[in-house]
Design a protein around this ligand. Structure first.
Ligand code: F6R
Length: 235
Protein backbone atom coordinates (compact mmCIF):
# COMPACT_ATOMS: atom_id res chain seq x y z
CA UNK A 1 0.00 0.00 0.00
CA UNK A 2 1.37 3.41 -0.95
CA UNK A 3 -0.16 6.52 0.62
CA UNK A 4 0.43 9.94 -0.97
CA UNK A 5 -0.78 12.86 1.11
CA UNK A 6 -1.38 15.96 -1.02
CA UNK A 7 -1.93 19.36 0.57
CA UNK A 8 -5.25 20.11 -1.06
CA UNK A 9 -7.80 18.99 -3.66
CA UNK A 10 -5.85 20.50 -6.58
CA UNK A 11 -2.63 18.73 -5.68
CA UNK A 12 -4.50 15.46 -5.03
CA UNK A 13 -6.06 15.71 -8.48
CA UNK A 14 -2.73 16.42 -10.22
CA UNK A 15 -0.91 13.64 -8.37
CA UNK A 16 -3.60 11.07 -9.18
CA UNK A 17 -3.90 12.27 -12.79
CA UNK A 18 -0.13 11.88 -13.14
CA UNK A 19 -0.44 8.21 -12.23
CA UNK A 20 -3.13 7.72 -14.89
CA UNK A 21 -0.95 9.68 -17.34
CA UNK A 22 1.94 7.29 -16.63
CA UNK A 23 -0.35 4.25 -17.01
CA UNK A 24 -1.63 5.39 -20.44
CA UNK A 25 1.82 6.49 -21.61
CA UNK A 26 3.42 3.17 -20.72
CA UNK A 27 0.47 1.09 -22.00
CA UNK A 28 -1.51 3.07 -24.60
CA UNK A 29 -4.17 0.33 -24.84
CA UNK A 30 -4.82 0.36 -21.10
CA UNK A 31 -8.17 -0.67 -19.68
CA UNK A 32 -9.03 2.02 -17.14
CA UNK A 33 -11.70 1.46 -14.51
CA UNK A 34 -13.31 4.84 -13.83
CA UNK A 35 -15.44 6.40 -11.10
CA UNK A 36 -17.84 9.32 -10.93
CA UNK A 37 -18.75 11.52 -7.95
CA UNK A 38 -17.23 14.85 -6.96
CA UNK A 39 -13.74 13.60 -6.07
CA UNK A 40 -12.45 12.61 -9.56
CA UNK A 41 -13.64 15.77 -11.34
CA UNK A 42 -10.27 17.51 -10.84
CA UNK A 43 -8.47 14.43 -12.17
CA UNK A 44 -10.58 14.44 -15.34
CA UNK A 45 -9.91 18.19 -15.75
CA UNK A 46 -6.15 17.53 -15.61
CA UNK A 47 -6.37 14.67 -18.11
CA UNK A 48 -8.48 16.77 -20.50
CA UNK A 49 -6.01 19.67 -20.22
CA UNK A 50 -3.02 17.42 -20.88
CA UNK A 51 -4.84 15.92 -23.88
CA UNK A 52 -5.56 19.45 -25.19
CA UNK A 53 -1.87 20.26 -24.76
CA UNK A 54 -0.94 17.27 -26.93
CA UNK A 55 0.70 15.29 -24.12
CA UNK A 56 -1.81 12.48 -23.73
CA UNK A 57 -3.50 10.16 -26.22
CA UNK A 58 -6.64 8.17 -25.39
CA UNK A 59 -6.93 6.71 -28.91
CA UNK A 60 -6.40 3.11 -27.80
CA UNK A 61 -7.74 3.32 -24.25
CA UNK A 62 -10.76 1.31 -23.08
CA UNK A 63 -12.75 2.49 -20.07
CA UNK A 64 -15.08 0.59 -17.77
CA UNK A 65 -17.10 2.61 -15.29
CA UNK A 66 -18.02 1.30 -11.88
CA UNK A 67 -21.70 2.03 -11.69
CA UNK A 68 -24.93 3.64 -12.90
CA UNK A 69 -28.29 4.55 -11.37
CA UNK A 70 -31.08 2.14 -12.24
CA UNK A 71 -33.79 3.80 -14.32
CA UNK A 72 -31.72 6.70 -15.69
CA UNK A 73 -31.19 6.94 -19.44
CA UNK A 74 -27.69 7.90 -20.69
CA UNK A 75 -29.07 11.31 -21.68
CA UNK A 76 -30.30 12.09 -18.13
CA UNK A 77 -28.06 14.85 -16.70
CA UNK A 78 -27.62 12.92 -13.43
CA UNK A 79 -26.73 9.64 -15.11
CA UNK A 80 -23.15 8.54 -14.74
CA UNK A 81 -22.86 8.10 -18.53
CA UNK A 82 -23.75 11.79 -18.91
CA UNK A 83 -21.26 12.69 -16.17
CA UNK A 84 -18.46 10.83 -17.94
CA UNK A 85 -19.36 12.37 -21.28
CA UNK A 86 -19.26 15.85 -19.77
CA UNK A 87 -16.15 15.51 -17.61
CA UNK A 88 -13.94 13.27 -19.74
CA UNK A 89 -15.18 11.38 -22.79
CA UNK A 90 -16.40 14.45 -24.65
CA UNK A 91 -13.10 16.27 -24.03
CA UNK A 92 -10.54 13.71 -25.23
CA UNK A 93 -9.99 11.49 -28.26
CA UNK A 94 -11.38 8.33 -26.70
CA UNK A 95 -13.23 5.98 -29.07
CA UNK A 96 -16.89 6.09 -27.85
CA UNK A 97 -17.22 2.38 -28.67
CA UNK A 98 -14.50 1.67 -26.11
CA UNK A 99 -16.25 3.49 -23.26
CA UNK A 100 -18.41 1.37 -21.01
CA UNK A 101 -20.91 2.40 -18.34
CA UNK A 102 -23.60 0.02 -17.07
CA UNK A 103 -26.94 0.61 -18.81
CA UNK A 104 -29.33 2.07 -16.25
CA UNK A 105 -32.41 1.34 -18.37
CA UNK A 106 -31.58 -2.34 -18.94
CA UNK A 107 -32.98 -5.25 -16.97
CA UNK A 108 -30.49 -5.34 -14.05
CA UNK A 109 -29.79 -9.06 -13.95
CA UNK A 110 -29.15 -9.39 -17.69
CA UNK A 111 -27.09 -6.18 -17.57
CA UNK A 112 -24.97 -7.55 -14.69
CA UNK A 113 -24.20 -10.69 -16.68
CA UNK A 114 -23.39 -8.63 -19.78
CA UNK A 115 -21.10 -6.29 -17.80
CA UNK A 116 -19.12 -9.09 -16.14
CA UNK A 117 -18.62 -10.74 -19.55
CA UNK A 118 -17.52 -7.39 -20.97
CA UNK A 119 -14.92 -6.91 -18.20
CA UNK A 120 -13.63 -10.44 -18.75
CA UNK A 121 -13.59 -9.88 -22.53
CA UNK A 122 -11.36 -6.82 -22.06
CA UNK A 123 -8.88 -8.99 -20.16
CA UNK A 124 -9.63 -7.26 -16.85
CA UNK A 125 -8.80 -3.76 -15.66
CA UNK A 126 -5.25 -2.41 -15.65
CA UNK A 127 -5.88 0.52 -13.32
CA UNK A 128 -9.03 1.12 -11.30
CA UNK A 129 -9.80 4.63 -10.05
CA UNK A 130 -11.98 4.70 -6.92
CA UNK A 131 -13.56 7.22 -4.58
CA UNK A 132 -14.87 6.23 -1.17
CA UNK A 133 -18.35 6.83 0.23
CA UNK A 134 -18.95 8.22 3.73
CA UNK A 135 -20.02 4.74 4.80
CA UNK A 136 -17.00 3.07 3.18
CA UNK A 137 -18.77 2.07 -0.03
CA UNK A 138 -16.75 1.44 -3.18
CA UNK A 139 -18.62 1.79 -6.46
CA UNK A 140 -22.08 1.18 -5.02
CA UNK A 141 -20.96 -1.82 -2.98
CA UNK A 142 -22.79 -0.79 0.16
CA UNK A 143 -22.06 -2.08 3.68
CA UNK A 144 -23.56 -5.54 4.07
CA UNK A 145 -23.10 -9.01 5.35
CA UNK A 146 -20.85 -10.25 2.54
CA UNK A 147 -18.64 -8.97 -0.26
CA UNK A 148 -20.52 -9.42 -3.55
CA UNK A 149 -18.13 -10.57 -6.25
CA UNK A 150 -19.91 -9.81 -9.52
CA UNK A 151 -21.83 -6.89 -11.02
CA UNK A 152 -25.18 -6.60 -9.25
CA UNK A 153 -28.09 -4.35 -8.48
CA UNK A 154 -28.16 -2.64 -5.05
CA UNK A 155 -30.64 -0.69 -3.00
CA UNK A 156 -28.80 2.50 -2.05
CA UNK A 157 -28.24 3.03 1.68
CA UNK A 158 -29.74 6.02 3.48
CA UNK A 159 -26.25 7.52 3.89
CA UNK A 160 -25.60 7.29 0.13
CA UNK A 161 -29.02 8.69 -0.76
CA UNK A 162 -28.34 11.66 1.53
CA UNK A 163 -24.80 12.20 0.20
CA UNK A 164 -25.89 12.09 -3.45
CA UNK A 165 -29.13 14.08 -3.10
CA UNK A 166 -27.01 17.24 -3.68
CA UNK A 167 -26.66 16.30 -7.36
CA UNK A 168 -30.44 16.20 -7.95
CA UNK A 169 -32.74 19.22 -8.28
CA UNK A 170 -35.18 19.92 -5.49
CA UNK A 171 -38.32 17.85 -5.99
CA UNK A 172 -36.59 15.61 -8.55
CA UNK A 173 -37.02 11.91 -7.86
CA UNK A 174 -33.68 10.32 -7.02
CA UNK A 175 -33.14 6.68 -8.01
CA UNK A 176 -33.04 4.36 -5.01
CA UNK A 177 -31.18 1.55 -6.75
CA UNK A 178 -28.02 1.27 -8.79
CA UNK A 179 -26.09 -1.28 -10.74
CA UNK A 180 -22.48 -1.66 -9.68
CA UNK A 181 -19.40 -3.67 -10.45
CA UNK A 182 -18.73 -6.13 -7.64
CA UNK A 183 -15.71 -6.30 -5.38
CA UNK A 184 -14.36 -9.25 -7.38
CA UNK A 185 -13.62 -7.31 -10.58
CA UNK A 186 -12.35 -4.34 -8.57
CA UNK A 187 -9.94 -6.51 -6.58
CA UNK A 188 -8.71 -8.17 -9.78
CA UNK A 189 -7.56 -4.84 -11.25
CA UNK A 190 -3.79 -4.68 -11.75
CA UNK A 191 -3.54 -1.41 -9.81
CA UNK A 192 -6.04 0.43 -7.65
CA UNK A 193 -5.91 4.20 -7.31
CA UNK A 194 -8.10 5.36 -4.44
CA UNK A 195 -8.66 9.10 -4.04
CA UNK A 196 -10.26 10.89 -1.10
CA UNK A 197 -10.45 14.56 -0.28
CA UNK A 198 -11.59 16.52 2.75
CA UNK A 199 -11.48 16.04 6.49
CA UNK A 200 -14.95 14.48 6.56
CA UNK A 201 -13.53 11.45 4.71
CA UNK A 202 -10.53 11.03 7.08
CA UNK A 203 -12.34 8.84 9.63
CA UNK A 204 -13.79 6.34 7.16
CA UNK A 205 -10.53 6.20 5.20
CA UNK A 206 -8.62 5.39 8.40
CA UNK A 207 -11.09 2.62 9.27
CA UNK A 208 -10.91 1.24 5.72
CA UNK A 209 -7.11 1.16 5.62
CA UNK A 210 -6.25 0.34 9.21
CA UNK A 211 -9.30 -1.40 10.69
CA UNK A 212 -10.47 -4.97 10.28
CA UNK A 213 -11.38 -6.22 6.80
CA UNK A 214 -15.16 -6.44 6.98
CA UNK A 215 -18.13 -6.24 4.55
CA UNK A 216 -19.49 -3.53 6.86
CA UNK A 217 -16.79 -1.31 5.35
CA UNK A 218 -16.47 -2.53 1.75
CA UNK A 219 -13.34 -0.40 1.15
CA UNK A 220 -11.53 -2.36 3.88
CA UNK A 221 -11.13 -5.23 1.39
CA UNK A 222 -8.69 -3.00 -0.53
CA UNK A 223 -6.13 -3.69 2.23
CA UNK A 224 -5.68 -7.11 0.60
CA UNK A 225 -4.88 -5.66 -2.83
CA UNK A 226 -1.18 -6.07 -3.74
CA UNK A 227 -0.95 -2.78 -5.65
CA UNK A 228 -3.02 -0.14 -3.87
CA UNK A 229 -2.15 3.56 -4.16
CA UNK A 230 -4.11 6.09 -2.10
CA UNK A 231 -3.94 9.82 -2.82
CA UNK A 232 -5.56 12.10 -0.26
CA UNK A 233 -6.04 15.85 -0.27
CA UNK A 234 -6.84 18.29 2.51
CA UNK A 235 -6.84 15.71 5.33
C1 F6R B 1 -19.11 6.72 -8.14
C2 F6R B 1 -18.73 5.79 -7.08
C3 F6R B 1 -18.89 6.14 -5.65
C4 F6R B 1 -18.13 7.41 -5.25
C5 F6R B 1 -18.31 7.69 -3.77
C6 F6R B 1 -17.64 8.99 -3.36
O1 F6R B 1 -18.89 6.14 -9.41
O2 F6R B 1 -18.34 4.74 -7.41
O3 F6R B 1 -18.41 5.05 -4.89
O4 F6R B 1 -16.78 7.24 -5.53
O5 F6R B 1 -19.68 7.78 -3.47
O6 F6R B 1 -18.29 10.04 -3.98
P1 F6R B 1 -17.73 11.54 -3.91
O7 F6R B 1 -16.46 11.56 -4.67
O8 F6R B 1 -18.80 12.37 -4.53
O9 F6R B 1 -17.53 11.83 -2.44
Amino acid sequence: MKLIRARDYGEMSRRAANLIFAQVTLKPDSVLGLATGSTPIGIYDCLADWFAGGDLDFGEVTTINLDEYCGLAPTHPQSYRYFMQTHLFGRVNINPARTNVPLGMAEPEAESTRYDALIAGCGGIDMQLLGIGHNGHIGFNEPGSSFERGTHCVELSQSTLEANARFFKEGEEMPRAAITMGMGAIMQAGKILLVASGKEKAGILDKALNGPVTPEIPASLLQLHPNLIIVTGDM
